[in-house]
Ligand binder design. Structure first.
Ligand code: GLN
Ligand code: ZN
Length: 755
């Protein structure tokens, strides 16, 4: 048997995105939106027709966690009077009645879920309508549905406790959840539900207020026993890592099946003996749901055989390692990727096919109906392993021979030299890099890409923009200027497009949140930089001013973490290759007269492993890669880095070890509380804590920023502080950016005057 945990819902051509945005803009009715949803579900089930079940309720208008919270009546008080889709989208996107719920990353993926807010004053209730209608749709099509439902423990663990005692809230939520299960049980004579409980892979290391309830073995047993008693055929699945601590607990309950990830959680094999001794069906996550490479069926079969050596074959169901939400729909529309590279790629639809074939090979041997498929799969994988495209000798040799892995002059001496040569004041003002991306700018880039605009016209358009940016920054008196990044639509794609070893799909969209999709670059081969990527623009910008122009690069760890990465090399090695490409760029920039270079690591923290036992290893190589990329910088080249978050408590030592001369971070939304950790550890490098929040259109006043700077000065001395917004300004409008930055510079002047 085979089945999946979930299918991408945004649609082959992002139909859901388009319908949602039309609906929000008042250009399509609710029933039109519902029809699009219906059609999408039917199409996605059609793709699953060879599986033993089709997934129901993996569909969502925005997010599954939100769906479940909403179905349980877990609405923040500010939206209490709202109902239906209005209340639902209010939680996701905000409403006149109040701000949206927060959004955060779904484990270590780039998918964001809406964080439910729970409070002791809530009264939960169950509403099964949405699940019921989806179930009925599948039944009417003659399909065998399996309901995908977020498990109670994962829901509770990922929520935010707005007010009250976690235990009391948990009990209330549990009661509503079990009522929902009652309603689900009524849908059919026997309803199959797959409960996703990825929170169980975190083991016991969680310091949230909910942890006690989430990792409570007695509660887990009680809840799943209750669910089974209600007549549900329950499968509980974990993914993204192993869940050995809690697998044992689940095996002690009466659930029907247990789903484990054998791709990202290879240690799950430790549970096989216990599974064999139990009566559970094992849903073995064998096809990678996170990556886009053709499965090596031969090696997958070997893994399955080793599992089957312990657990009887008839109790094994093949499945994907996690929901296919994290990969694009299918590769039918890709016509621009080199055909050989395309043959190595497998998106969701292709993965379903792999699963179907693998199931046949596993049950009936490799000599049967799918012999041809198996042989060609072998050939594809062999070609990929040996292709010149994936093996660039020069790159490999360079990585293994590289000894320049850190700057050779200590920070203390470097900073003296830099201060002297660069001559910037205390509380130096700067920005994070990008300036507003206007519709005209987007049209210019798109026109150029499509060939509608000539190279000359494009370049003069970009230069115009840079000119305006520089003039504005000079006018308001910023200390260190930037060129504004008008030539970039994305901080990773811009570099990926110029590096060897990357390809870009035309239609490989993956949902990031709600209607927002991203098209991650695909790293298929060894990475090298044929020529300078940013030098000309920075030099042009520098030619317009006597002030210092800061060069802008994206760091190796961020490029890695926001791409689909080849799986035939360790991530650390791929990252090392990118690091050397970035090092080349830094060297070109400094030789070209650029004095300050910022290497953004917006996604450094995102790459942290889910389990504590793996953190050291990640930190070691990620750190080494960042240092390798910046090691070429001379003592008088100042290296900045930027990170889009503020929680540094756990990682401050690693941040310090990155050895960037200046780090800008996001503290605007959290005040100077979070900065204190820098003081506590005796952090000596320079820091630019964001003094205002760029995620909001609000214009901060001079007084407000002044107060913020004073608060910063209570924690760190003026010599150590830089003043900047908390992230790039590309998503803002000029009308917001101009007065905000003006006020920022005014505020700094005022503070300096009083020092
Ligand atoms: N330099 C980038 C910008 O300003 C940094 C963006 C980011 O860190 N997300 O847009
Ligand atoms: Zn940022």
């Amino acid at each position: 048997m085979s089945s999946i945990i979930g299918f991408p819902r945004i649609g082959q051509n992002r139909e859901l995105k388009k319908a949602l945005e039309a609906f929000w803009a008042g250009k399509c009715s609710q029933s039109e939106l519902e029809n699009v949803a219906k059609e999408l579900r039917a199409k996605h089930w059609e793709a699953q027709k060879h599986q033993d079940f089709v997934c129901v309720n993996d569909f969502s208008y925005y997010d599954n966690i939100l769906d479940l919270a909403y179905a349980l009546g877990a609405k923040p008080a500010r939206f209490k009077e709202l109902s239906g889709l209005e209340g639902y989208f209010a939680m996701a996107r905000g409403h006149a009645k109040g701000v949206a719920c927060e959004m955060t990353k779904w484990f270590n993926t780039n998918y964001h879920y809406v964080v439910p807010e729970l409070s002791e004053n809530d009264n939960y209730e169950a509403n099964v309508d949405s699940i019921k209608s989806q179930y009925a749709q599948a039944k009417a099509l003659g399909l065998k549905p399996k309901i995908s439902l977020i498990g109670l423990f994962t829901l509770f663990g990922l929520s935010k406790i707005a007010a009250g005692e976690p235990k009391a809230i948990f009990t209330k939520l549990k009661n509503a959840y079990l009522t929902l299960i009652d309603e689900i049980a009524k849908l059919d004579s026997e309803v199959v539900v797959e409960f996703s409980e990825p929170i169980f892979v975190r083991g016991w290391q969680s310091d949230t207020p909910q942890a006690q309830c989430v990792y409570d073995k007695v509660a887990i047993t009680e809840v799943y026993e209750a669910i089974v008693k209600k007549g549900i055929k329950a499968i509980v699945s974990t993914f993204f890592e192993h869940s050995n601590e809690l697998t044992e607990v689940l095996l002690g309950t009466s659930i029907y099946g247990i789903g484990l990830d054998f791709v990202a959680g290879s240690k799950n094999t430790k549970a096989l003996e216990s599974i064999a001794k139990s009566d559970k069906v094992l849903f073995a996550g064998i096809i990678d749901g996170r990556n886009i490479w053709v499965a090596d069926l031969d090696s997958k079969l070997k893994t399955l055989e080793s599992i089957a050596a312990v657990v009887p074959k008839e109790r094994i169901v093949l499945t994907t390692s996690c929901s296919l939400l994290h990969v694009p729909f299918g590769k039918d529309d890709e016509s621009k990727i080199d055909p050989q590279i395309l043959s190595w790629i497998s998106f969701a639809k292709e993965k379903l096919e792999e699963l179907r074939v693998l199931e046949d090979l596993f049950q009936n041997g490799v000599g049967g109906a799918n012999k041809g498929f198996f042989e060609s799969n072998k050939a594809i994988n062999a070609a990929r392993r040996t292709s010149e495209k994936t093996n660039n000798k020069a790159v490999r040799n360079r990585v293994s021979a590289n000894t320049l892995k850190a700057r050779n002059i200590a920070f203390k001496e470097r900073i003296k030299i830099q201060r002297e040569e660069l001559g910037y004041p205390d509380l130096a003002t700067t920005t994070i890099g990008s300036f507003p991306q206007t519709p005209e700018l987007r049209a210019l880039r798109l026109g150029y890409k499509k060939g509608a605009i000539t190279k000359d016209a494009y370049e003069s358009g970009i230069k115009e923009y840079i000119k305006d940016c520089v003039a504005f920054q000079e006018e308001i008196g910023l200390d260190i200027l930037v060129h504004g990044e008008p030539e970039r639509n994305d901080m990773v794609e811009y570099f990926g497009e110029q590096l060897e070893g990357f390809v870009f799909s035309q239609n490989g969209w993956v949902q990031s949140y709600g209607s927002r999709c991203v098209k991650p670059p695909i790293i298929f081969g060894d990475v090298a930089r044929p020529k300078a990527m940013t030098l000309e623009w920075i030099q042009y910008a520098q030619s317009l001013t006597n002030k210092i122009m800061k060069g802008m690069l994206t760091g190796p760890v961020t490029i890695l973490n926001w791409s689909f990465v080849r799986d035939d090399l360790p991530r650390s090695q791929v990252c090392e290759q990118i690091a050397l490409a970035i090092a080349d760029e830094i060297d070109d920039l400094q030789k070209g007269g650029v004095k300050i270079i910022q290497v953004d690591e917006a996604a450094f923290k995102e790459g942290y492993p889910l389990r504590a036992e793996n953190i050291k290893e990640y930190e070691a190589w990620a750190l080494e890669c960042f240092k390798t990329s910046t090691a070429v910088a001379k003592a008088n080249t100042q290296i900045h880095t930027h990170m889009c978050y503020s929680e540094f408590n756990d990682i401050i030592k690693t941040i310090e070890a990155m050895d960037a001369d200046v780090i800008s971070i996001e503290t605007a939304r959290s005040g100077n509380e979070l900065l204190k950790v820098f003081k506590q550890v005796g952090y000596t490098h320079e820091v630019g804590p964001g003094v205002y929040d760029i995620h909001s259109p609000r214009i901060p006043s001079v007084g407000e920023i002044e107060a913020q700077i004073k608060a910063l000065l209570e924690v760190l001395p003026k010599e150590q502080l830089w003043i900047n917004p908390d992230c790039g300004l590309k998503t803002r409008k000029w009308e917001e950016v101009k007065p905000s930055l003006k006020n920022m510079v005014e505020a700094v002047k005022a503070v300096r005057g009083k020092l």
